[in-house]
Design a protein around this ligand. Structure first.
Ligand code: NAD
Length: 328
């Protein structure tokens, strides 16, 4: 079988090569994203495997893939909102994602950032850069004394709950789906209770019409002024301007963001200072805000699983079998 993989990262190569050798398939790796301009690279292949956050909704992509006899698109990532499932179905393309490749990878960065915020490390750094080695006003709290609110207790939110519980924190969660397996690690509450009670609010929902800007001026106002907000999920879950206002007005104590609504303009790329959006610069300048470039997933365990699960799905679908990861 001949498979083309788009947007290949250097760190994926050894796992791709090992998989190809073990399974006896030919895998061509390209660094391009899948666009109307690059779709032609897929001609002559049996299967396609891609990962990107830029929109991939141009009908030309689906129409051309179908015309090449391709039957699937494997998105080797959790989120698939950049794809158009209706168009994929219309052109006979089965889309798969990877619902869980390493929830711990994302949960652990969320925890890392929450701990940095709690310990006021950004403020300490700012002081020390100015020759100020004092502690006054910078007293911290300890994680086991805190209540952590998980919005969306799925794979990543569930892993997040388990880690905080292991550290002795009290974990509350809101999710329309109640998972009995998480009972030892969290207590389900409604969103208002979570927002008004939690010392750390950490969001792990998908980005949908319902969750778009779920964190907005109203929901931020409900949070404690001492609470921290963590977003390791999708930038669109947050009204960025409302978040900036809440931080500037000290309505919340700080935030850690691995994703921003307009990140496609600059994340995963090298850009000039002029190309960086103003909201990013405003947030990055705040000592109580931590920004990372959508890198929460980027661990060796996650990359290995992403490569292997994705390529196995390509083979499954191209061979005419059903994958539990099929989305349409
Ligand atoms: P998941 O589907 O396993 O869990 C999502 C949970 O959110 C589900 O339990 C669902 O019932 C719940 N949910 C849906 N709507 C909700 C609402 N309105 N209120 C409360 N809960 C709601 O997904 P996951 O694998 O845990 O991924 C979570 C998020 O993390 C996604 O947005 C995904 O795109 C993102 N993600 C980010 C990175 C990264 O590198 N930063 C990597 C992987 C995934």
């Amino acid at each position: 079988m001949k498979i083309i993989m788009y947007s290949v990262l250097a760190e994926e190569k050894p796992y791709i090569e090992a998989w190809a050798q073990k399974n006896g398939h030919e895998v061509t790796q390209v660094t391009d994203d899948l666009t109307p301009e690059t779709v032609e690279l897929a001609q002559g292949y049996d299967g396609i495997d891609m990962q990107q956050t830029i929109p991939t909704k141009d009908p030309v992509i689906y129409q051309k893939l179908a015309s090449y006899g391709i039957k699937q698109i494997t998105a080797r990532m959790v989120g698939f909102e950049m794809l158009d499932l209706k168009l994929a179905t219309q052109y006979g393309l089965t889309v798969t994602n990877i619902p869980a490749y390493s929830p711990r990878a994302i949960a652990e960065l969320g925890l890392t950032q929450a701990m940095r915020l709690i310990r006021q490390l950004g403020y300490f750094d700012q002081r020390m850069d100015n020759g100020d080695f004092t502690w006054n006003g910078m007293i911290s709290r300890e994680i086991h004394d805190l209540t952590v609110g998980v919005i969306g207790a799925g794979h990543i939110g569930g892993a997040t709950a388990q880690i905080y519980t292991a550290l002795g924190a009290h974990v509350i969660a809101t999710d329309p789906v109640k998972n009995v397996e998480l009972a030892p690690y969290l207590e389900y509450v409604d969103l208002d209770t979570l927002l008004t009670t939690a010392d750390i609010v950490t969001i792990h929902t998908p980005l949908t019409d319902e969750t778009d800007s779920l964190i907005n001026a109203q929901t931020l106002k409900k949070m404690k002024s001492t609470a921290y907000f963590i977003n390791m999920a999708r930038g669109g879950l947050v009204d960025t301007q409302a978040l900036i206002a809440a931080l500037q007005q000290h309505e919340i104590a700080g935030a850690a963001l691995d994703t921003l609504a307009d990140e496609n303009l600059f994340f995963e790329h090298k850009v000039t200072p002029e190309q960086i959006p103003a909201d990013y610069k405003t947030l990055k300048a705040m000592p109580n805000v931590l920004v990372t470039p959508h890198s929460a997933f980027f661990t060796n365990t996650a990359i290995k699983n992403i490569v292997e699960i994705g390529l196995n799905d390509v083979v499954t679908i191209v061979s005419g079998n059903k994958s539990p990861n099929a989305l349409n």
